[in-house]
Write a protein that binds this ligand. Structure first.
Ligand SMILES: NC(=O)C1=CN([C@@H]2O[C@H](COP(=O)(O)OP(=O)(O)OC[C@H]3O[C@@H](n4cnc5c(N)ncnc54)[C@H](O)[C@@H]3O)[C@@H](O)[C@H]2O)C=CC1
Ligand SMILES: O=C(O)C(=O)COP(=O)(O)O
Length: 574
């Protein structure tokens, strides 16, 4: 391993999560990470070096040069996120990442203006021979007739892939006075029409029309060699092609042949099948071809784009390593920003509910055991209208497992939550209840376990969000309202005089400070039902929930249990 690729020695002793950044990423985003995490930016990291050091890292931030292979992902021991500071994720084995529970995020929009502008730069360069003229002049020439170009105004620009970059290129093309025709089976005809773009249905309808052709699809199995020999043969001899997408969407060998044979007039290429082009490769021959203007994958290389993508992905790395939800996960269902804003406070609530569940009920077997348990997670009110509640599902798995796993639940994320739940035999059934007629809160979340037939077996925790705070509104059969944070002492007792004083003096004796206290009464429906079914309640039961500072050890706990009228004691650390 080259000495420059070694991580700093101090990293071996530090416990802060580690972020590996083997490529050049703008410092704007990195500033967001440096206070909480250890950042290593080795230069010239080879594939071997990466394999050797990846087990040490929690996050990997890359651009297009680093290949995140099956082997890299298998070697990673604590990796939670691979962040692509850009759009294309074709250098990441996303499927393997999902299997290992690693979130892949990207920056879907941070560099699209840069990529579109670079496409136009190549368009004008190939149309007006700018690079050739410049080279000739530098070597003493003044060859005006050799570099006569063509105008783009009035010409037809063909676009394959009318996504974010493609649409920007289309608008710029229209601005240059071009007619724009596009092929994209998934594009919105309305958006295309609004941008004055004519949509066609197949390559045969597109290729013979165009004077310039540009591709803006991702590189996936169906777009590899999308334009090869037979397709190039359908184009005008005077046509020129552009590629700011990925090497491989045009078949390089077919393109080289067409340029040599004069059946295609020129090409503007930013991307290649091997980068940098391997010596003796077709990619290298294309770069050196007199009819080609080539740039070394500069599409996203602007100051602005690099700032954007860096801030975008570093924010997501920060969120993931802090147990939050990313905004652009590639291997997780898309969460719309509007939905994300609505869900965010509930993520914290549901996680706390899961954690309370495990700590409050554990030990009260068989109901308390977590493994093999079936949970109902019920969303009522406004929350019920959000269909994609996967972050809440993940938050529950995380909360339930946080107090019973080495990792404290930090390894649970929206990508692997399902897998972890399955491993632990936890079944979570999410229900969206539209009937919210008797709801006092805008949204209510309820976690319920138990048979449903025998209410004595049932365990219920409900919560809601008000402003920026989260509250638990029901615990078991008791109505309450407390903020779930810090250390909570939960006492189940008979609601008799003197209980609070007795508990207070035990805690005081052991130097335990009470920060807040909430008394939860038996919910009135339940009291009525108990009466009807003749359940002996020996007077009213209640829950005392105390927010405390100090350590409740076994001695304090058993003293509390011995206190008259105390039925149960649990300590919940949140
Ligand atoms: N050279 C560079 O530095 C940069 C390159 N890129 C490349 O550009 C690509 C496109 O980026 P965006 O526009 O942001 O992605 P996007 O996902 O917004 O758009 C891709 C479009 O391609 C369409 N498409 C997929 N398969 C197709 C097919 N077989 N035929 C026709 N259309 C098809 C999709 O429907 C979609 O509209 C990226 O995947 C990346 O590889 C992006 C940024 C910078
Ligand atoms: O965002 C993309 O897809 C790009 O191709 C940009 O690549 P880069 O980050 O400049 O290596």
């Amino acid at each position: 391993m080259a000495p420059s690729a070694l991580p700093p020695q101090d990293s071996i002793i530090s416990n802060r999560p580690k972020v590996l950044i083997p490529e050049k990423v703008s410092p704007d985003g990195l500033a967001l990470l440096s206070s909480s995490f250890e950042i290593h930016q080795p230069k010239n990291l080879s594939a071997q070096d990466l394999l050797a050091i990846i087990p040490d890292y929690d996050a990997l931030i890359i651009r297009s040069e680093t290949k995140v292979t099956v082997e890299v992902l298998a070697a990673a021991k604590r990796l939670k996120v691979v962040a692509r500071a850009g759009v294309g994720v074709d250098n990441i084995n996303v499927e393997a990442a999902t299997q290992h529970g690693v979130i892949v995020v990207n920056s879907p929009s941070g560099n699209i203006v840069a990529a579109a502008e670079h496409t136009i730069a190549l368009l004008m360069s190939v149309a007006r021979n700018v690079p050739g003229g410049d080279r000739s002049l530098r070597s003493g020439g003044w060859e005006r007739s050799k570099f006569v170009g063509t105008e783009v105004g009035g010409k037809t620009l063909g676009i394959i892939g009318l996504g974010k970059v493609g649409l920007k290129v289309a608008r710029m093309g229209i601005g240059l006075g071009m007619k724009v025709v596009a092929l994209d089976p998934y594009a919105s005809p309305k958006i295309a029409a609004a941008a004055s773009v004519e949509l066609v249905n197949d390559l045969q309808s597109l290729l013979p029309l165009v004077d310039f052709l540009t591709i803006h699809t991702p590189l996936i199995a169906s777009t590899l060699d999308l334009v090869s020999g037979p397709e190039l043969a359908q184009m005008k001899k005077t046509a020129k092609v552009l590629n700011v997408a990925r090497g491989g969407v045009y078949n390089e060998a077919a393109l080289l042949d067409a340029l040599d044979a004069g059946t295609i007039a020129g090409a503007g290429l930013d991307v290649f099948t091997s980068e940098p082009p391997a010596p003796g490769s077709t990619a290298e021959a294309l770069c050196r071809h007199p009819k080609v203007v080539a740039t070394p994958h500069l599409g996203a290389s602007t100051v602005e784009a690099q700032e954007n993508v860096s801030i975008d992905v570093c924010n997501q790395v920060l969120a993931i390593l802090s147990g939050g939800v990313p905004t652009s996960a590639v291997n997780a269902p898309l969460i719309l920003p509007e939905e994300y804003r609505k869900l965010q406070p509930f993520v914290g609530l549901v996680e706390k509910m899961g954690s309370i569940y495990t700590q409050h009920y554990s030990g009260k077997s068989p109901q308390g055991a977590v493994g093999g348990k079936k949970f109902d997670l019920i969303y009522e009110g406004e929350l019920a209208s959000i269909r994609n509640t996967r972050p809440l599902f993940a938050a529950l798995v995380k909360g339930i497992t946080s107090s019973i796993s080495d990792s404290g639940g930090r390894d649970v994320n929206i990508v692997n939550a399902n897998l972890i739940a399955k491993e632990k035999g936890i079944v979570i059934n999410e229900t969206h209840t539209s009937d919210s007629s008797d709801l006092v809160y805008a949204s209510l979340v309820t976690l319920r376990t138990g048979s449903g037939e025998d209410e004595q077996d049932e365990q219920v925790i409900s919560g809601y969000v008000s402003g920026k705070s989260i509250y638990i509104s029901k615990l078991d059969k008791f109505n309450t309202s407390f903020v779930p944070e810090g250390t909570l002492l939960i006492l189940h007792n008979y609601d008799e005089p003197g209980k609070i004083g007795g508990v207070g003096s035990i805690l005081g004796k052991h130097g335990i400070n009470i920060k807040f206290m909430s008394v939860a009464a038996l919910d009135s429906d339940r009291r009525q039902e108990d009466k009807i079914s003749g359940i002996e309640t020996k007077g009213n039961e209640a829950l005392m929930i105390l927010g405390i500072e100090g350590t409740v050890d076994r001695e304090v706990e058993s003293e509390l249990r011995r206190e008259q009228g105390i039925l149960d004691v649990s300590i919940v650390r949140l």
